[in-house]
Design a protein. Structure first.
Length: 510
C-alpha cells in the first residue's frame, strides 16, 4: 500500500529576480552571437585574407562546437553545479571573444569561434536550468520564462542590428569585443546573487561513451547540413556525414538505454510533453533561421539597404516577439494549457510567413514586410515562452541541465537544417527561373539586372512556402503531443500523472 505525501512548497529564493537579469544578459550574448558575425563577415574576410571557400567556417566552427557539445555541457552543469558552470562558461566565452577580436589570421579566427561555441554549450543549458530550479511559483515562473523566451527568440534579430551598427560605425572586431562587458557583468552578478538550491546536483559518474557518441553524431549532423548548403545534397561526403550521424546517434540511444548513469536519460527525451517541445521548437527554428537569411539578402541585395538599415528593419519582429512572450504568453500561461499557446502561436507565425510568399522585387516594406514580421514575432514569442518552460517540465532537478541542453540542441540543429534546406530550395528555384528567362538575361542591361533580382525573389518565395508548411507542422505537433494542463492547474486528459503536470510528489511506501 502507498500514499502520496503532500510536500510544502519551497521557499522562494529572495535573489531570484536579480539572478534573472544576469541569466537573461548571458542568454542574449549567446543567442545574438549566432547572427552578429554574419553582417561583419565580409569585412573580417577581407582583413584576415580568408578564402571564399573557407569563410563559411567562421559560422560553421561556432555551430559545430555549440551544437555538438550541448548535451555534454548540460550534464557538466548537472555535475558541477549550474552556478559554477554558468560563471565558467561566461569567463571562457569572454576570453574566446577577445581572441576572435584580436585575430590576425584565419586559424586564430576559426579557433576563437570554436572556443566560443564550446563555452556557449556549457553556458546555455546552465542558464535555462538555473531558471527551472530557482523559480518554483507557477505565476513567477511564467513571467521569468516569458522574458527568457523573448530573448531566446529575438536575440538573433538583435544580433543583426548590433552587427550592422558595430560594423558600419566601428569595425568588425567590435562584434567580438562587445561580448566582453556582457560576460563580465553577467559573471560578476551571477557569482554574487545566484544561490543554487541544495541537493540538485547529479553526482553520478560521467558517461564517457555517451559523450563521445553524442558529440560526434551531432557534429556529423550539423556539418552534413552545412556542407549540403555549399556542396549539394548528392555530394559523397555530405551523404557520408548523414550516414555516420545516423549510425552514431543510433549507437548513442542504444548505449543510453544500457548504461547505469546515462548522459541523456531516455526518460528526459521520451516524456511526451518534453518530446513535443523539442520536436515542434526544432521545426519552428528551421523556418525562422531561413527567414533571417532570406530577408537579410532581400533587403541588402534587392532593395539596397545598408547593414544598419537592414538590422533596424528587423525591429518589428523583435517587438512582436517581446509582446507575444511577455504580454500574451506569460499572462495566459497560468490560465490555459501550454498547447493552446504553442499551437495557435505557431499558426500565427505561419500566417506571417504566408504573407511573405507574396514578396516581389518592388514590394513595399510598410505594406508587406512589416505586418508579416509583426505576425511572425507575435506567434513565435507566444509559442517560445511555454516551450522554454516545458523544456524542464516534470524533470528531476538532477537532470535539469541535460533537459535544458536538449531544447538548445533542438534549436541549434533546427537552425543548421533551416539554413541549408531552405537555402538549397531557394537556389534551385532561382536557377529554374533563370533557365526559363535565359534569353532576357542574356540581353544585358537593366532588363537583365531585373531578371536576376526577380530570380532571387522567386527563390526566396519558393523556400518561404516550405517554411509555412513547417510552421503548420510545428502547430500540429504541439497540439497533439503536448497534453499537460496549465502550471499549477489540473492535469489535462491523457497526460497521465501528477508528474506530467510538473509536480514532483514523492510516494511513501508502508
Amino acid at each position: 500500500m502507498s500514499k502520496t505525501a503532500a510536500i510544502p512548497p519551497l521557499a522562494a529564493d529572495p535573489s531570484r529576480w536579480k539572478a534573472l537579469v544576469f541569466i537573461a544578459l548571458a542568454q542574449l550574448m549567446v543567442v545574438l552571437d549566432a547572427t552578429i558575425v554574419n553582417i561583419a563577415l565580409p569585412s573580417a574576410q577581407t582583413d584576415l585574407g580568408i578564402s571564399d571557400g573557407n569563410r563559411q567556417w567562421v559560422i560553421t566552427a561556432y555551430a559545430l562546437a555549440f551544437g555538438g557539445l550541448l548535451l555534454f555541457g548540460g550534464r557538466i552543469a548537472d555535475k558541477w553545479g549550474r552556478k559554477n558552470a554558468f560563471v565558467v562558461g561566461l569567463i571562457g566565452f569572454a576570453l574566446a571573444s577577445a581572441i576572435g577580436g584580436a585575430a590576425n589570421g584565419e586559424a586564430m579566427m576559426l579557433g576563437a569561434r570554436a572556443l566560443q561555441g564550446a563555452f556557449g554549450a556549457l553556458l546555455a543549458p546552465a542558464a535555462l536550468s538555473l531558471l527551472a530550479v530557482m523559480f518554483t511559483d507557477a505565476k513567477e515562473r511564467a513571467k521569468a520564462f516569458g522574458i527568457y523566451g523573448a530573448i531566446a527568440g529575438g536575440g538573433g534579430a538583435v544580433g543583426l542590428i548590433l552587427g550592422g551598427v558595430l560594423t558600419e560605425y566601428l569595425n568588425w572586431r567590435w562584434t567580438f569585443f562587445v561580448n566582453i562587458p556582457f560576460a563580465i557583468v553577467a559573471a560578476t552578478g551571477a557569482w554574487l546573487v545566484i544561490r543554487e538550491p541544495a541537493g540538485s546536483r547529479n553526482r553520478a559518474p560521467l558517461d564517457v561513451p555517451g559523450v563521445v557518441l553524442s558529440t560526434l553524431g551531432l557534429v556529423s549532423l550539423v556539418y552534413g547540413f552545412t556542407r549540403a548548403e555549399s556542396e549539394g545534397w548528392s555530394d559523397p561526403l555530405t551523404i557520408g556525414l548523414f550516414a555516420a550521424s545516423a549510425v552514431l546517434l543510433a549507437s548513442f540511444v542504444l548505449t543510453e538505454s544500457k548504461v547505469r548513469s546515462p548522459l541523456l536519460p531516455l526518460r528526459v527525451l521520451l516524456e511526451r510533453n518534453r518530446g513535443g517541445v523539442y520536436l515542434s521548437l526544432g521545426l519552428a527554428v528551421i523556418s525562422m533561421f531561413g527567414l533571417f537569411l532570406f530577408l537579410t539578402y532581400y533587403l541588402q541585395v534587392v532593395k539596397g539597404y545598408s547593414p544598419v538599415k537592414t538590422g533596424f528593419a528587423f525591429l518589428p519582429m523583435i517587438a512582436g516577439m517581446i509582446t507575444g512572450s511577455t504580454q500574451i504568453g506569460a499572462r495566459l500561461m497560468t490560465r490555459v494549457p501550454p498547447r493552446l499557446l504553442m499551437g495557435p502561436g505557431f499558426l500565427v507565425a505561419a500566417a506571417g510567413m504566408l504573407l511573405l510568399t507574396q514578396l516581389e522585387v518592388g514590394s513595399s516594406y510598410p505594406a508587406l514586410i512589416l505586418p508579416a514580421q509583426l505576425l511572425l514575432g507575435l506567434g513565435m514569442g507566444t509559442a517560445f515562452m511555454p516551450a522554454m518552460s516545458l523544456a524542464t517540465h516534470g524533470v528531476d532537478p538532477a537532470d535539469a541541465g541535460v533537459a535544458s541542453a536538449m531544447v538548445n540542441t533542438s534549436q541549434q540543429v533546427g537552425g543548421a537544417i533551416g539554413t541549408a534546406l531552405l537555402n538549397t530550395i531557394a537556389a534551385s528555384a532561382t536557377t529554374a527561373y533563370l533557365a526559363d528567362h535565359a534569353a532576357e538575361a542574356a540581353a544585358g542591361g537593366p532588363a537583365a539586372q531585373l531578371i536576376q533580382a526577380q530570380a532571387m525573389v522567386e527563390g526566396y518565395s519558393s523556400a518561404i512556402w516550405w517554411a509555412v508548411g513547417i510552421l503548420a507542422a510545428s502547430s500540429v505537433i504541439a497540439l497533439t503531443l503536448i497534453t499537460t494542463g496549465r502550471p499549477g492547474g489540473p492535469v489535462a486528459s491523457g497526460s497521465g500523472s501528477a508528474e506530467d503536470a510538473g509536480l514532483k510528489v514523492p510516494v511513501i511506501a508502508h
